[in-house]
Design a protein around this ligand. Structure first.
Ligand code: COA
Length: 254
Protein backbone atom coordinates (compact mmCIF):
# COMPACT_ATOMS: atom_id res chain seq x y z
CA UNK A 1 0.00 0.00 0.00
CA UNK A 2 1.36 3.41 -0.93
CA UNK A 3 -0.76 5.16 1.68
CA UNK A 4 -0.29 3.88 5.19
CA UNK A 5 -3.20 4.32 7.57
CA UNK A 6 -2.97 3.84 11.31
CA UNK A 7 -5.37 4.67 14.11
CA UNK A 8 -4.18 5.27 17.63
CA UNK A 9 -5.49 7.27 20.60
CA UNK A 10 -8.12 9.05 18.53
CA UNK A 11 -5.67 10.06 15.78
CA UNK A 12 -5.89 8.73 12.24
CA UNK A 13 -2.42 9.01 10.71
CA UNK A 14 -2.33 9.13 6.92
CA UNK A 15 1.23 8.61 5.73
CA UNK A 16 2.52 8.81 2.16
CA UNK A 17 4.56 5.64 1.73
CA UNK A 18 6.01 5.44 -1.77
CA UNK A 19 9.48 6.70 -1.17
CA UNK A 20 11.10 5.25 -4.32
CA UNK A 21 8.87 7.61 -6.34
CA UNK A 22 9.16 10.46 -3.85
CA UNK A 23 5.65 9.69 -2.60
CA UNK A 24 4.16 10.85 -5.94
CA UNK A 25 0.39 10.32 -5.80
CA UNK A 26 -1.36 8.04 -8.30
CA UNK A 27 -5.12 7.84 -8.93
CA UNK A 28 -5.23 4.69 -6.77
CA UNK A 29 -3.59 6.62 -3.93
CA UNK A 30 -6.04 9.53 -4.30
CA UNK A 31 -8.87 7.02 -4.00
CA UNK A 32 -7.34 5.61 -0.80
CA UNK A 33 -6.95 9.13 0.59
CA UNK A 34 -10.53 10.09 -0.32
CA UNK A 35 -11.93 6.89 1.21
CA UNK A 36 -9.86 7.31 4.39
CA UNK A 37 -11.11 10.87 4.90
CA UNK A 38 -14.70 9.85 4.20
CA UNK A 39 -14.54 6.98 6.68
CA UNK A 40 -12.86 9.19 9.27
CA UNK A 41 -15.81 11.61 9.15
CA UNK A 42 -18.16 8.78 10.09
CA UNK A 43 -15.92 7.18 12.70
CA UNK A 44 -16.47 8.64 16.17
CA UNK A 45 -13.21 7.05 17.30
CA UNK A 46 -11.28 9.42 14.99
CA UNK A 47 -10.97 12.83 16.65
CA UNK A 48 -8.02 14.22 14.68
CA UNK A 49 -6.20 13.44 11.45
CA UNK A 50 -2.46 13.66 10.89
CA UNK A 51 -0.87 13.81 7.43
CA UNK A 52 2.81 12.96 7.10
CA UNK A 53 5.37 11.69 4.64
CA UNK A 54 8.98 10.57 5.03
CA UNK A 55 11.87 12.48 6.63
CA UNK A 56 13.21 13.52 3.20
CA UNK A 57 10.00 13.88 1.22
CA UNK A 58 6.41 14.78 2.02
CA UNK A 59 5.13 14.18 -1.50
CA UNK A 60 6.25 15.06 -5.04
CA UNK A 61 2.58 15.73 -5.87
CA UNK A 62 0.68 14.17 -8.73
CA UNK A 63 2.35 11.17 -10.30
CA UNK A 64 3.17 12.64 -13.70
CA UNK A 65 3.38 9.28 -15.45
CA UNK A 66 -0.01 8.23 -14.11
CA UNK A 67 -1.45 11.65 -15.05
CA UNK A 68 -0.12 11.28 -18.61
CA UNK A 69 -1.58 7.80 -18.99
CA UNK A 70 -4.87 8.34 -17.17
CA UNK A 71 -5.68 12.06 -16.98
CA UNK A 72 -8.62 12.61 -14.59
CA UNK A 73 -11.47 13.16 -17.02
CA UNK A 74 -14.49 13.93 -14.87
CA UNK A 75 -15.41 15.48 -11.57
CA UNK A 76 -15.69 12.03 -9.97
CA UNK A 77 -12.02 11.27 -10.59
CA UNK A 78 -10.20 10.16 -7.40
CA UNK A 79 -8.15 13.37 -7.21
CA UNK A 80 -11.32 15.47 -7.13
CA UNK A 81 -12.98 13.14 -4.61
CA UNK A 82 -9.94 13.64 -2.39
CA UNK A 83 -10.13 17.42 -2.75
CA UNK A 84 -13.83 17.40 -1.92
CA UNK A 85 -13.31 15.30 1.22
CA UNK A 86 -10.33 17.38 2.31
CA UNK A 87 -12.03 20.74 1.82
CA UNK A 88 -15.20 19.53 3.59
CA UNK A 89 -13.48 17.69 6.46
CA UNK A 90 -15.19 18.42 9.76
CA UNK A 91 -12.45 16.85 11.86
CA UNK A 92 -9.26 18.77 12.60
CA UNK A 93 -6.30 18.03 10.34
CA UNK A 94 -2.65 18.43 11.30
CA UNK A 95 0.14 18.13 8.73
CA UNK A 96 3.80 17.33 9.39
CA UNK A 97 5.90 18.24 6.37
CA UNK A 98 9.54 17.26 5.86
CA UNK A 99 11.45 17.47 2.60
CA UNK A 100 9.81 18.24 -0.73
CA UNK A 101 6.13 19.16 -0.83
CA UNK A 102 5.36 19.68 -4.51
CA UNK A 103 2.10 20.72 -6.17
CA UNK A 104 -0.78 19.21 -4.25
CA UNK A 105 1.81 18.42 -1.55
CA UNK A 106 1.75 22.15 -0.84
CA UNK A 107 -1.81 23.02 -1.85
CA UNK A 108 -3.39 20.35 0.37
CA UNK A 109 -1.85 22.18 3.33
CA UNK A 110 -4.13 25.14 2.65
CA UNK A 111 -7.02 22.94 3.84
CA UNK A 112 -5.28 21.65 6.98
CA UNK A 113 -5.80 23.31 10.33
CA UNK A 114 -2.30 23.08 11.81
CA UNK A 115 0.79 22.76 9.62
CA UNK A 116 4.23 21.99 11.01
CA UNK A 117 7.38 21.83 8.91
CA UNK A 118 10.84 20.40 9.40
CA UNK A 119 13.71 22.75 8.63
CA UNK A 120 14.45 20.73 5.47
CA UNK A 121 10.93 21.26 4.07
CA UNK A 122 10.78 22.69 0.57
CA UNK A 123 7.48 23.80 -0.89
CA UNK A 124 6.57 24.42 -4.53
CA UNK A 125 3.59 24.79 -6.80
CA UNK A 126 5.17 24.39 -10.25
CA UNK A 127 1.87 24.40 -12.16
CA UNK A 128 2.92 26.93 -14.81
CA UNK A 129 6.22 25.08 -15.28
CA UNK A 130 4.11 22.04 -16.16
CA UNK A 131 1.78 23.92 -18.51
CA UNK A 132 -1.01 23.66 -15.93
CA UNK A 133 -2.88 25.99 -13.59
CA UNK A 134 -3.39 25.95 -9.81
CA UNK A 135 -5.68 23.41 -8.14
CA UNK A 136 -7.21 22.68 -4.72
CA UNK A 137 -8.51 26.29 -4.61
CA UNK A 138 -4.93 27.44 -4.14
CA UNK A 139 -5.60 30.33 -6.55
CA UNK A 140 -8.09 31.60 -3.96
CA UNK A 141 -6.63 30.43 -0.65
CA UNK A 142 -2.97 31.31 -1.18
CA UNK A 143 -3.61 35.00 -2.01
CA UNK A 144 -5.96 35.00 1.00
CA UNK A 145 -3.33 33.82 3.49
CA UNK A 146 -0.14 35.21 1.92
CA UNK A 147 -1.33 38.35 0.09
CA UNK A 148 -1.61 38.69 -3.68
CA UNK A 149 2.03 39.53 -4.54
CA UNK A 150 3.56 36.70 -2.55
CA UNK A 151 1.00 34.24 -3.89
CA UNK A 152 1.59 35.50 -7.43
CA UNK A 153 5.33 34.94 -7.08
CA UNK A 154 4.79 31.36 -5.94
CA UNK A 155 2.01 30.50 -8.41
CA UNK A 156 3.27 32.31 -11.51
CA UNK A 157 6.95 31.35 -11.24
CA UNK A 158 6.40 28.05 -9.44
CA UNK A 159 9.81 28.20 -7.76
CA UNK A 160 10.49 26.34 -4.50
CA UNK A 161 10.62 28.12 -1.13
CA UNK A 162 11.84 27.01 2.26
CA UNK A 163 10.17 26.36 5.60
CA UNK A 164 10.93 29.78 7.08
CA UNK A 165 9.44 31.55 4.08
CA UNK A 166 6.41 29.26 4.29
CA UNK A 167 6.03 30.22 7.95
CA UNK A 168 6.37 33.94 7.15
CA UNK A 169 3.68 33.56 4.49
CA UNK A 170 1.28 32.02 6.98
CA UNK A 171 1.26 28.60 5.33
CA UNK A 172 3.11 26.93 8.21
CA UNK A 173 2.53 27.36 11.95
CA UNK A 174 5.97 26.39 13.15
CA UNK A 175 9.34 25.13 11.88
CA UNK A 176 11.11 22.41 13.85
CA UNK A 177 14.30 20.36 13.63
CA UNK A 178 13.65 17.20 11.59
CA UNK A 179 13.74 14.78 14.53
CA UNK A 180 11.24 16.85 16.52
CA UNK A 181 8.68 17.26 13.73
CA UNK A 182 6.59 14.12 14.04
CA UNK A 183 6.54 13.92 17.87
CA UNK A 184 5.48 17.57 18.02
CA UNK A 185 2.78 17.21 15.34
CA UNK A 186 1.48 14.08 17.13
CA UNK A 187 1.39 15.93 20.41
CA UNK A 188 -0.66 18.74 18.84
CA UNK A 189 -3.02 16.19 17.26
CA UNK A 190 -3.37 14.49 20.69
CA UNK A 191 -4.34 17.80 22.26
CA UNK A 192 -7.05 18.25 19.62
CA UNK A 193 -8.23 14.65 20.14
CA UNK A 194 -8.54 15.20 23.89
CA UNK A 195 -10.69 18.34 23.60
CA UNK A 196 -14.49 18.12 23.27
CA UNK A 197 -15.11 16.95 19.69
CA UNK A 198 -18.22 19.13 19.30
CA UNK A 199 -16.31 22.29 20.28
CA UNK A 200 -13.53 21.50 17.83
CA UNK A 201 -16.05 20.73 15.07
CA UNK A 202 -18.08 23.91 15.56
CA UNK A 203 -15.00 26.11 15.92
CA UNK A 204 -13.55 24.78 12.68
CA UNK A 205 -16.91 25.12 10.94
CA UNK A 206 -17.28 28.73 12.06
CA UNK A 207 -13.78 29.67 10.92
CA UNK A 208 -14.29 28.11 7.49
CA UNK A 209 -17.98 28.96 7.02
CA UNK A 210 -17.51 32.05 4.85
CA UNK A 211 -15.06 30.35 2.56
CA UNK A 212 -16.78 27.00 1.94
CA UNK A 213 -18.84 27.96 -1.08
CA UNK A 214 -16.13 30.23 -2.55
CA UNK A 215 -13.65 27.34 -2.17
CA UNK A 216 -16.04 24.94 -3.89
CA UNK A 217 -16.60 27.35 -6.77
CA UNK A 218 -12.87 27.98 -7.16
CA UNK A 219 -12.09 24.24 -7.19
CA UNK A 220 -14.69 23.80 -9.96
CA UNK A 221 -13.32 26.72 -11.99
CA UNK A 222 -9.76 25.41 -11.59
CA UNK A 223 -10.81 21.85 -12.52
CA UNK A 224 -12.28 23.02 -15.84
CA UNK A 225 -9.01 24.68 -16.86
CA UNK A 226 -6.81 21.99 -15.30
CA UNK A 227 -8.54 19.11 -17.09
CA UNK A 228 -8.22 20.87 -20.45
CA UNK A 229 -4.58 21.88 -19.88
CA UNK A 230 -3.62 18.42 -18.68
CA UNK A 231 -4.17 16.96 -22.15
CA UNK A 232 -2.77 19.98 -24.03
CA UNK A 233 0.65 19.79 -25.76
CA UNK A 234 2.40 22.07 -23.23
CA UNK A 235 1.72 19.67 -20.33
CA UNK A 236 2.60 16.70 -22.47
CA UNK A 237 5.96 18.29 -23.27
CA UNK A 238 6.58 19.16 -19.58
CA UNK A 239 5.65 15.71 -18.28
CA UNK A 240 7.60 13.87 -20.96
CA UNK A 241 10.63 16.08 -20.33
CA UNK A 242 10.50 15.29 -16.61
CA UNK A 243 10.28 11.56 -17.23
CA UNK A 244 13.07 11.76 -19.83
CA UNK A 245 15.15 13.82 -17.35
CA UNK A 246 15.57 16.80 -19.69
CA UNK A 247 14.47 20.45 -19.70
CA UNK A 248 11.11 21.12 -21.39
CA UNK A 249 11.04 23.23 -24.57
CA UNK A 250 8.00 25.52 -24.61
CA UNK A 251 9.30 27.71 -27.49
CA UNK A 252 7.01 26.01 -30.01
CA UNK A 253 3.84 27.06 -28.11
CA UNK A 254 2.28 30.52 -28.47
N1 COA B 1 5.61 11.75 -10.74
C1 COA B 1 6.16 10.59 -11.14
N2 COA B 1 7.39 10.18 -10.76
C2 COA B 1 8.06 11.00 -9.93
C3 COA B 1 7.54 12.23 -9.46
C4 COA B 1 6.25 12.60 -9.91
N3 COA B 1 5.66 13.71 -9.51
N4 COA B 1 8.45 12.81 -8.66
C5 COA B 1 9.50 11.99 -8.61
N5 COA B 1 9.28 10.89 -9.37
C6 COA B 1 10.17 9.74 -9.59
C7 COA B 1 11.28 10.10 -10.56
O1 COA B 1 10.85 9.93 -11.90
C8 COA B 1 12.33 9.09 -10.15
O2 COA B 1 11.99 7.84 -10.68
P1 COA B 1 13.14 6.83 -11.21
O3 COA B 1 13.99 6.54 -10.01
O4 COA B 1 12.35 5.65 -11.69
O5 COA B 1 13.87 7.59 -12.30
C9 COA B 1 12.16 9.00 -8.63
O6 COA B 1 10.83 9.43 -8.36
C10 COA B 1 13.12 9.87 -7.87
O7 COA B 1 12.95 11.22 -8.30
P2 COA B 1 14.16 12.22 -8.55
O8 COA B 1 13.67 13.37 -9.38
O9 COA B 1 15.36 11.47 -9.05
O10 COA B 1 14.46 12.70 -7.05
P3 COA B 1 15.17 14.06 -6.55
O11 COA B 1 15.46 13.86 -5.11
O12 COA B 1 16.28 14.45 -7.47
O13 COA B 1 14.03 15.21 -6.68
C11 COA B 1 11.80 16.09 -6.48
C12 COA B 1 12.85 15.13 -5.91
C13 COA B 1 10.50 15.86 -5.74
C14 COA B 1 12.26 17.54 -6.28
C15 COA B 1 11.66 15.81 -7.99
O14 COA B 1 11.46 14.40 -8.16
C16 COA B 1 10.52 16.52 -8.69
O15 COA B 1 10.60 17.70 -8.96
N6 COA B 1 9.44 15.78 -9.01
C17 COA B 1 8.37 16.27 -9.84
C18 COA B 1 7.43 17.10 -9.02
C19 COA B 1 6.27 17.59 -9.83
O16 COA B 1 6.42 18.26 -10.82
N7 COA B 1 5.06 17.21 -9.37
C20 COA B 1 3.83 17.50 -10.02
C21 COA B 1 3.17 18.69 -9.44
S1 COA B 1 1.58 18.98 -10.20
Amino acid sequence: MDIELSKQDGILTIAFDREDKKNAITAAMYQQLADALKEAEQDAAVRAILFCGKPKVFTAGNDLEDFLRHPPSDKDAPVFQFLWQLSHAGKPIVAAVAGAAVGIGTTLLLHCDLVYAADNARFSMPFTQLGLCPEAASSLLLPHIAGYQRAAEKLLLGEPFDALEARDMGLVNRVLPGDELLPFARQQASKLAALPAASIRVTKQLMKKNRVSATEQQISAEVEHFARMLVAPEAKEAFTAFLEKRKPDFSQFA
